[in-house]
Design a protein around this ligand. Structure first.
Ligand SMILES: *Cc1c(COP(=O)(O)O)cnc(C)c1O
Length: 360
């Protein structure tokens, strides 16, 4: 991965090493300023990883008295487990809502029926790089006075059709800079973006032992900081994010135009910049997903399932194991993610399609 923009990344790392200042310095300041400008929020608060970013948002709302343990948070059932972990870690209750099969994002028509007096927030996840926000979700948040929290871990650079970037639409957003994400560090990293100064101050403190002033502790926080080397690397990679995403889009459009295997269904093609193609999910019918995965692997094409076991069927959430969520479970049975990324060549994409279309 360092091969892309490698020289500039090496230079950034060397600069930090030569200066010998590794935490809470000007690299974080610069990246936070640049990322806020890019996403379109007043504040970015760097933290240790994407899971922590989401944990801090809910924890800060609890500290601010906006929520309390036992309250409910509406969340898509089809997501990476971290979204749900951030809710349960804070003693909040995840209320799972099915996605739509054609968009893969939370079904806006199934939200209102699960809102109760205990509901305090809707968490949307821009999963696979697809914009999950809809006007209806925004209207529900207004109507019921709910916080809108975005999980933007897979969607750096994605936009709503009105031009706002995901990560700037809700009250707060969690971002992950895990190396494989569209904006990836050389290790773990994360951030919260928000326009709320009180929330920003609480999160900044929580991620630094709970301290706003040296040796004075307002909250029982943790050490969850973004280090200077990662911030410096991210600031370099941020400059190339749109270019990298444009390449992903080119590959994705090639897939959309050329995949014609009748066993395979593709999710709706989103217009403009509403998809940054973190992943390229396809659906394989007739129970042949695993066989197709193996066939592609034998032909040198690596594919991954996102995700084979949905959160409500995981051992860690025994209390949810009985719930039936047919759309989410169908996605888990049929989804396969084709290779996509800033480094894949169009020739490689063509090879993927050739093997895929030959499969019976
Ligand atoms: C990667 C990811 C996270 C967690 O980010 P980490 O940096 O790995 O902790 C959260 N939510 C989603 C949807 C993710 O894909």
């Amino acid at each position: 991965m360092t091969a892309l923009h490698g020289a500039e990344i090496n230079e950034a790392v060397s600069r930090v090493v030569n200066e010998g200042w590794y935490l809470q310095g000007k690299e974080n300041e610069r990246f936070e300023t640049d990322y806020s400008k890019y996403i379109g929020t007043k504040y970015t608060i760097g933290c240790a990883n994407g899971l922590d970013a989401l944990i801090w948002i809910f924890r800060a709302y609890i500290e601010m008295g906006v929520m309390q343990p036992g309250d409910e948070v509406i969340v898509p059932a089809n997501t990476f487990i971290a979204t749900i972990l951030a809710i349960t870690e804070n003693g909040l209750k995840p209320v799972l809502v099915e996605p739509r099969l054609n968009t893969l994002e939370i079904d806006e028509d199934k939200i209102e029926e699960v809102i109760t007096p205990k509901t305090k927030a809707i968490a949307i996840v821009h999963l696979y790089g697809r914009n999950a926000y809809t006007e209806k979700i925004g209207a529900l948040c207004k109507k019921y006075n709910l916080k809108l929290v975005e999980d933007n871990a897979q969607a750096h650079g994605c936009k709503h059709y009105d031009g706002r970037r995901t990560g700037s639409i809700g009250d707060a957003a969690g971002h992950s800079f895990y190396p494989g994400k569209n904006l990836g560090a050389l290790g773990d990293g994360g951030a919260v973006t928000t326009n709320d100064p009180e929330l920003a101050a609480a999160i900044r403190a929580l991620a630094n032992y709970g301290s706003q002033k040296k040796y004075v502790f307002k909250y029982a926080g943790r050490n969850s900081r973004l280090d200077e080397i990662q911030a410096a690397v991210l600031d370099v990679k941020l400059k190339y994010l749109d270019e990298d995403n444009a390449h992903r889009k080119e590959v994705a459009h090639y897939y959309y135009e050329h995949i014609n295997n009748p066993l395979v269904t593709l999710p709706d093609l989103l217009p403009d910049d509403q998809n940054v193609y973190h992943l390229f999910p396809i659906f394989v019918g007739k129970g042949k997903r695993d066989a197709l995965h193996d066939y592609l692997e034998q032909n040198g094409v690596g594919t991954v399932i996102h995700y084979p076991i949905p959160p409500h069927k995981q051992e860690c959430y025994k209390e949810m194991n009985h719930i039936s969520l047919p759309v989410t479970e169908q996605i888990a049975k049929e989804e396969l993610s084709l290779p996509i990324g800033p480094a894949i060549t169009m020739e490689e994409a063509a090879t993927v399609v050739d093997f895929l279309n030959q499969y019976k």
